[in-house]
Design a protein around this ligand. Structure first.
Ligand code: T1G
Length: 692
């Protein structure tokens, strides 16, 4: 065995050279890896005793892509295309031996091997689009030559991984070898190639599938049309589609040039910078400075949920989905039955879409036990309260739990605003109390705000952070304050959106601007969806806000076909003339002289105060880092990932410009716009908000 460099070994096994990469954590194509590949293949090709070459990786996975941390930095090391040319033009068969996930540039390297073998548990994929990129090492030109443009279009624009069995069926992988025997299997396969004199199959030379698609522009037009909504606002999907078109319509080398040009356009753009930032930010969020990875975590084998409403039901599903039994407690039999019925309906709907087997529906429902007695939660390891958002009720529930729950049980509140310390004080075990703020629908939204009380123990925090990953959530640890991180910033936007509608905009103007910014829907459409009458009561309503007036007019939102908008039977929204009149009358009564409000002002008034509030949250230590705030907004509110989150976007605008605008608004509209000291500091020092 020869050590080519610290991350690359070359071993000669009889007449087969084995090049082994070992560059934790994922054998990414860093400069040393590219150097090792270049030198390793050079040596193997030059060695006359070698008749075939196997490329394999140690550790958890085959090459998982380019080293994303190298982007934006000075390029060092061997050129990836040079490595790929050497592999593809090798006079000896090259076999890529795949385990784990061969992704991005890693799979593109494998595509320049003459053959690919994999263990059944392996996956392959070209997920660059998730980073705002496209496969820039020939993947968009080779993939369609193997699987045809239709499959290639789906793979490169979704970034989805393909399992080894499916990859073998579609020709992406030539042979499956026994699990755990990849090295021997790959060497045996290589020897068979030599013994049988099999051709050196270059993917770049395969033409039939791309030629068959030539002159059929509908393949691309139909794909664009079918996915327009999904790709809205993103640059990378269209660039990927253009590359696949080039593979169909151009000779290989011209297609490669088109790919290169389109890749450079993306990699130097803001959207990819944002999406690469979010890739790392999501992983950073799991890192809690004073709760090291070595902190013991507690086993969670049985969960209790109090409340079978929308939230309680959704929360329960998360645990049943991963095989953890849940006891759901309600006060009323009817509410319990209704709640369990909604859960079953959710599962049945998923099964109808083919995303769940019927047997899984039954398995998951079998893990859910309904009860009317809190005492039934006595043996639960984690109990999550999801009752009415009222402090007195929550304190009463926690006092009871304190008496019922076994020692060492974690007691969590799903409160979305309230003070977790005050809830913890209702028990004699505040170290075991924590907030778990799920976002509705709780079985769908990825974000979980884990709210750390002053006395919450590190073990409880570590347990919840790990459990979150297990149930498929992106957890962000936040501090106790009104609305924690997400809702506290949302309040800034809601306040300004409501004021803008009084001052001259209409709800549909504000919604249009924020929708075009990239949000899934604007604040008023969101209110109609949730229901305008949440927290509203006929008895106390006094026409004091536009929302109250609309509720008094029985305009409750989508649920009864009219809110800020009028809805047809398919829930398509249309601006309402009646609402416009309500707004004009309301403003007149308030003596407000309405004015034309620009789209730019709507963005500035709705988004800049959110950025400022994010800075305040950091100042107060209610979030660990700015990128956590961005993760909250992307996973909890649908903030467009290509804008990187509010704090990243603050740097796209420029902290100095955000500050100047906040100061201008403060002068004209008062303290709501008072700049945070941290924003002033960052602007003065020319620093970056998203790096705080
Ligand atoms: N570059 C650098 N670091 C990476 C990395 C990468 N490609 N992938 C993962 N890491 C780090 C990650 O930050 C974390 O670090 C650790 O590895 C474990 O990751 C030319 C241009 C492979 C499925 O998009 O999808 O190739 O936090 O926590 O859940 O066309 O990582 O431990 O310090 O995610 O088991 C294309 C991205 C790149 C794959 C493993 N490739 N990675 O998931 O572990 S662009 C990708 C993943 C490209 C070419 C283009 C996942 C994973 P730390 P993890 P995991």
């Amino acid at each position: 065995m020869t050590a080519i460099n610290p991350v690359t070994d070359l071993t000669i096994e009889g007449d087969v050279a084995v090049i082994t990469l070992n560059s934790p954590p994922v054998n990414a194509l860093s400069a040393p890896v590219r150097d090792g590949l270049y030198e390793g293949f050079k040596a193997a090709i030059a060695n006359d005793a070698v008749k075939a070459i196997v490329l394999i990786c140690d550790g958890r996975t085959f090459i998982a892509g380019a080293d994303i941390s190298e982007f934006g930095k000075e390029r060092k090391g061997a050129d990836l295309p040079a490595v790929q040319d050497m592999m593809e033009n090798s006079p000896k068969p090259v076999v890529a031996a795949i385990h784990g996930t061969a992704l991005g540039g890693g799979f593109e390297v494998a595509l320049t091997a003459h053959y690919r073998v994999a263990v059944p548990s392996a996956k392959v994929g070209l997920p660059e689009v998730k980073l705002g990129l496209l496969p820039g090492a020939g993947g968009t030109q080779r993939l369609p030559r193997l699987v045809g443009p239709e499959v290639a279009l789906n793979m490169v624009t979704s970034g989805d991984f393909v399992g080894a069995a499916a990859a073998n069926k579609s020709g992406l992988v030539d042979e499956l070898v026994d699990e755990g025997k990849l090295r021997d299997g790959a060497i045996a396969f290589a020897r068979k190639l030599v013994a049988e004199g099999r051709p050196l199959k270059k993917v770049r030379d395969l033409q039939d599938k791309v030629e068959a698609a030539r002159g059929k522009p509908a393949i691309f037009a139909d794909f664009r049309k079918a996915n327009a909504r999904r790709f809205r606002g993103f640059e990378a999907p269209e660039a990927n589609i253009k590359c696949i078109e080039a593979a169909v319509n151009l000779p290989f080398d011209e297609g490669m040039k088109a790919e290169r040009d389109l890749f450079l356009g993306l990699v130097n753009g803001t959207q990819s910078a944002a999406q690469r930032y979010i890739f790392f930010a999501e992983r950073q969020a799991a890192k809690i400075p004073d709760v090291p990875d070595s902190t013991p975590v507690l086993p969670i084998k049985k969960v209790g949920v109090i409340g079978a409403g929308t939230m309680g039901g959704g929360i329960s599903m998360n645990f049943a989905n991963v095989g953890i039994p849940v006891t759901i407690v309600e006060m009323q039999p009817a509410a319990l039955e209704r709640g369990l019925g909604v859960i079953r309906k959710n599962y049945e709907n998923t099964a109808k879409k083919g995303r769940l087997r019927q047997e899984d529906v039954e398995t998951r429902m079998g893990l859910l036990t309904g009860s009317l007695e809190l005492e039934k939660l006595a043996d639960c390891d984690l109990i999550i309260e999801a009752v009415y958002e009222n402090m007195a009720i929550k304190k009463e529930v926690f006092a009871k739990l304190d008496a019922i729950a076994k020692p060492g049980a974690i007691l969590a509140s799903n409160t979305s605003y309230l003070d977790v310390n005050e809830i913890a004080a209702a028990t004699k075990r505040p170290e075991w109390v924590i907030g778990t703020h799920f976002f509705s629908p709780a079985n769908v939204m990825r974000l979980l705000e884990v709210v750390r009380g002053d006395k919450t123990s590190k073990e409880v925090i570590a347990t919840l952070m790990q459990l979150s990953k297990k149930i498929g959530k992106v957890a962000v640890l936040v501090g106790v304050c009104h609305g924690f991180v997400g809702n506290r910033m949302l309040a800034q936007r809601q306040r300004e959106a409501n004021k803008l509608v009084l001052e001259g905009a209409m709800p549909w103007d504000v919604d249009r601007v924020l929708y075009d910014f990239g949000m899934p829907m604007g604040p008023f459409a969101m209110s109609d969806l949730a229901g305008l009458d949440i927290g509203w009561s006929k008895e106390t309503s006094s026409s004091s806000t536009i929302r109250e007036v609309l509720c008094e007019m029985d305009r409750r939102g989508q649920k009864n076909g009219k809110g800020f908008y009028d809805y047809d039977e398919n829930r398509n929204a249309k601006p309402s003339a009646e609402v416009e009149k309500v707004i004009l009358d309301f403003a007149a009564k308030k003596g407000i002289n309405r004015r034309t409000i620009s789209d730019e002002e709507i963005i500035e008034r709705c988004i800049y105060p959110m950025i400022n509030e994010g800075a305040k949250i950091l100042e107060e230590g209610k979030a660990i880092r700015a990128s956590d705030i961005d993760i909250v907004w992307i996973n909890g509110y649908g903030w467009p990932v290509y804008h990187g989150g509010p704090m990243f976007y603050g740097d796209v605008i420029g902290a100095d410009k955000v500050l100047a605008k906040m100061r201008e608004f403060e002068r004209t509209m008062g303290d709501d716009f008072k700049p945070s000291a941290l924003l002033e500091k960052v602007a003065a020092e020319g620093k970056k908000l998203h790096q705080l």
